[in-house]
Design a protein around this ligand. Structure first.
Ligand code: NI
Length: 176
């Protein structure tokens, strides 16, 4: 019998879980079936809502975990992003110059804004087996990493905008 992986309801801005921060998990906790299931449900949720990343607070869990991934061949980033689950992430920036580009968020539906981010960074954390890893990201995937690690610190992209002048409804942007 196959059980369909549940899609989780996404928390929206105003829910305190998005602002209260998260706690790290030990490798033993990561191995627990409930946490392994949570990872699968976060991937399923990301897929359902066509997101590029989902952080645990967005599915109502105050845990230091995010997932990301993007199929190859999209207009946004043709190379795609490998499906990745990261616990207890630490980011070390490898550049000083910031680059602005559009971001949106499943927890802030319908809106987009220009957000300055670092172009290149080193991400370290634990994978879904609880094993430590370090990987370098550049460009759009580095932007996704910054967006998702912000969620784990109780921040959303609006906090990172240099002003609100570019904040726009996605359907209005599409019309232009
Ligand atoms: Ni988000």
């Amino acid at each position: 019998m196959t059980v369909k992986t549940a899609v989780r309801k996404v928390t929206r801005l105003g829910n305190p879980v998005l602002r209260n921060g998260t706690r790290p998990l030990s490798p033993d906790e990561i191995a627990e079936p409930s946490v392994q299931r949570l990872i699968d449900e976060m991937f399923a949720t990301m897929d359902e809502y066509c997101g590029v990343g989902v952080a645990a607070p967005q599915v109502d869990q105050p845990l230091a975990l995010f997932v990301m991934g993007l199929p190859a061949g999209t207009e946004r980033h043709p190379e795609g992003i490998e499906l990745t689950a990261v616990f207890n992430p630490k980011v070390h920036f490898l550049d000083t110059e910031l680059e602005s580009d559009w971001e949106g968020c499943l927890s802030v539906p319908g809106l987009r804004g220009q957000v300055p981010r670092h172009r290149k960074l080193e991400l370290s954390g634990l994978d879904r087996e609880g094993v430590a890893f370090t990987r370098i990201y550049e460009g759009f995937p580095a932007r996704v990493v910054q967006h998702e690690t912000d969620h784990l610190m109780g921040k959303v992209y609006l906090d990172r905008m240099s002003g609100l002048a570019t904040l726009a409804f996605t359907d209005e942007l599409a019309r232009r």
